[in-house]
Design a protein around this ligand. Structure first.
Ligand code: GLN
Length: 252
């Protein structure tokens, strides 16, 4: 029997396109293995200690939502950076992924300072990058696909030593140009893929759970689950992303 603490940062502000479903997938897949999950919602102003957090989840948000949480996030940045260096797990989607970097310049030209956990920056571009997407992801050997939905105005550029999460097969990814998608630094994963992402990419959910358990020195070999339905959902989303109906040009 293991136990993990999952902190959900700003659930009222950062939650787009079913991002909350990622929390449900993490909880169910842990509970099905007899692992106890404690969920801690974190709202702006709450006093919390990241030292008891094993896995931190942050969803996507519109520019206005990102601005609302930016100050609170900034106040927590030192503590978060320290936890990341000790291998705390973070999973961040879209608007939150952007905030892990140095800054995000919004569509209105406002510059929102980031947490500086990852060496990346984001500038709003002309038109939004919208559609179903699929990437090839090499955090597994052999690599596996991840499928999701993206909708962002920001174009993210990674520093030279930061690894992308994957290579774009269908869709736009970080900036629509260099074929990279997302980023990985230590146990931190950032991605533009909404979905919800984890229910139809269960191997990523298990990857995050394994890392969170290892972070707490709990040697809990995750037993295999019957992922027939999840596999079907994955394949359907992959076909959708590959279909010619989507992802032609940025929509203005
Ligand atoms: N506001 C950001 C952008 O448009 C992020 C949007 C999102 O989280 N989907 O780039």
């Amino acid at each position: 029997m293991g136990e993990i603490n999952i902190y959900h940062l700003y659930p009222a502000h950062l939650n787009l396109y079913g991002d909350r479903g990622n929390m449900l997938a993490l909880c169910r897949r842990a509970e099905w293995r007899g692992i106890e999950v404690n969920i801690v919602p974190v709202n702006p102003g709450d006093r919390i200690a990241f030292s008891s957090c094993d896995l931190l989840f942050m969803g996507g948000g519109q520019d206005s939502d990102q601005k609302l949480v930016a100050d609170d996030l900034k106040r927590r940045s030192g503590e978060m950076r320290k936890a990341v260096e000790h291998n705390m797990v973070i999973f961040a989607v879209c608007g939150s992924y952007q905030l892990l970097g140095r800054y995000y310049t919004t569509a209105r030209g406002e510059k929102i300072g980031g947490l500086e956990i990852m060496d990346l920056y984001t500038d709003a571009g002309k038109g939004r990058l919208i559609g179903n997407a699929a990437i090839n992801c090499a955090i597994w050997d052999p690599p596996r696909t991840l499928v999701g939905f993206e909708n962002h105005g920001g174009r993210t550029y990674l520093g030279p030593n930061l690894d992308p999460l994957g290579t774009v097969l269908h869709g736009y990814g970080n900036n629509g140009v260099d074929k990279t998608e997302g980023a990985v630094y230590k146990n931190v994963i950032g991605t533009y893929l909404h979905g919800s992402l984890l229910p139809k990419n269960p191997w990523l959910a298990d990857h995050l759970l394994r890392k969170a358990l290892a972070y707490r020195h709990q040697d809990h070999g995750l037993r295999e689950l019957d992922d027939f339905t999840e596999e079907q959902a994955h394949q359907a989303a992959l076909q959708l992303a590959a279909s010619k109906r989507v992802n032609k040009k940025p929509s203005l």
